[in-house]
Design a protein around this ligand. Structure first.
Ligand code: PLP
Length: 413
């Protein structure tokens, strides 16, 4: 495979490992479990430590199996470089650990994955300030900016209510103001959408979800798209300014978050995720088609009061989703009419499993207000558009007719 030629998404991922020599012609990058990396010449070890020579030092800061996965994600996002972390939350936490200081300000979408919402509350209590805004309209983001704003953070399709941020306009605003724009691409995945297209400087992916895809390994990643000018970022320490400007952000993230906070991805997990990634495009095609079929069936049923899915013309940002994304995603949520108990409904499903994960090959369902959004309480739930009866569905790759029949028969109490 000639690296300079542009191949399709799946071809690129399948042949990514072979871009670098692999031991014994192995077709998969092997699982390297060694924590330490030995050098014959002690001076070479010193050069690696001083950043004068590429090489591995200690497993917490880098590992060959993890690097191979980082290369794959960089190719998926068409970015400059990627850092992997133990989980998606560790990747988001790294932003706060490595890039923010006391007194800094963050503007975040208020339509967020629950644990990210909780993380920003912690950051708020620790000395930086986070303002939550309805990011479906760039005007709300612009009104919240202050001279201390360092990061604007949004999700593509918000989990679980599927609101879509005003992605391109927010990107343009951040570009004009020199603010770092961070987009969590987990719900779309780099197959459906590349945040680089809308000006994101850093892209977050939870590898646990669609990229790994089988619910057998946790992981997270930050990708630098190469679009952000790090010389405009006031919090880079002098140590990391020895690198070319394009690398400042990732150099600081690797040292201050990965090395100092220790949230390294293990090589076994990296291997599982890399194998899963090979079929991401195939899985996503099926999952998105299944999600659309289920959403359409439920919307047409009078026992269902609301269905939230960007693929439905009734969705407030349907046109935007159609313009930006290859398909509408594998997640939707819905509300049952008063009188239909959401727990009873879930218990009548025969295939879909009550469980908390997304992007698994199996269809998973969860009553949102009673589980993943329980801790935040009814007021904050209401402000995020979370109804008490909301059911979130992560759609798997089962045969479409089987899934539609399962969700239909469960309506017949
Ligand atoms: C799951 C998820 C995360 C966190 O990922 P983990 O790997 O579970 O830590 C972050 N953002 C979004 C949108 C998610 O769905």
């Amino acid at each position: 495979m000639n690296d300079s030629k542009k191949y399709g998404f799946t071809t690129t991922i399948l042949h990514s490992d072979r871009q670098k020599a692999i031991e014994h012609g192995s077709l998969h990058k092997p699982i390297h479990t060694s924590v330490a990396f030995g050098y014959k010449d002690a001076r070479e070890l010193a050069e690696v430590f001083q950043g004068k020579k590429p090489g591995y030092r200690y497993g917490r800061q880098g590992n060959p199996t993890v690097s191979a996965l980082e290369d794959k994600i960089t190719r998926m996002e068409e970015g400059l470089s990627t850092l992997c972390f133990s989980t998606g939350m560790a990747a988001i936490g790294a932003l706060a650990q490595a890039l923010l200081r006391a007194g800094d300000h963050v503007v975040s979408s208020s339509f967020l994955f629950g644990n990210t919402n909780s993380l920003w509350q912690t950051v708020n209590a620790q000395g930086a300030n986070v303002t939550f805004v309805d990011a479906t309209d760039v005007a709300n983001v612009e009104a919240a900016l202050t001279p201390a704003t360092r990061i604007v953070f949004v999700e593509t399709i918000a989990n679980p209510r599927t609101q879509i941020a005003d992605l391109a306009r927010i990107g343009e605003l951040c570009r004009q103001r020199g603010i770092l724009y961070v987009v969590d691409n987990t719900m779309t995945s780099p197959y459906l959408f590349k945040p680089k297209q809308v000006g994101a400087g850093l892209v977050v992916n939870s590898l646990t979800k669609s990229i790994g895809g089988h619910g057998i390994a946790l992981g997270g990643a930050l990708t630098d798209t190469g679009l952000y000018d790090w010389s405009a970022f006031p919090n880079i320490y002098d140590n990391y300014k020895r690198n070319p400007v394009q690398q400042w952000g990732m150099a600081q993230l690797r040292a201050k978050a990965l090395r100092d906070f220790g949230s390294a991805l293990g090589p076994e997990a990296a291997h599982h995720i890399a194998v899963g990634a090979e079929t991401m495009a195939l899985r996503q095609e099926r999952e998105c088609a299944n999600a659309l079929a289920l959403a359409q069936m439920l919307q047409a049923d009078e026992r269902v009061s609301a269905v939230h899915y960007p693929g439905l013309p009734s969705h407030p940002q349907h046109a935007l989703a159609k313009e930006l994304f290859k398909a509408y995603g594998s997640l939707f949520s819905f509300e049952l009419k008063d009188g239909v108990d959401c727990f009873d409904y879930l218990n009548r499903l025969k295939l879909a499993v009550p469980a908390s994960n997304l992007g698994d090959t199996r269809t998973l369902v969860i009553p949102v207000a009673h589980t993943i959004f329980y801790e935040m309480g009814p007021e904050r739930r209401a402000s995020m558009g979370i109804a008490e009866s909301l059911i979130r569905v992560s759609v798997g790759i089962e045969d479409t007719a089987d899934l539609v029949e399962d969700f239909r028969q469960a309506l017949d109490a």
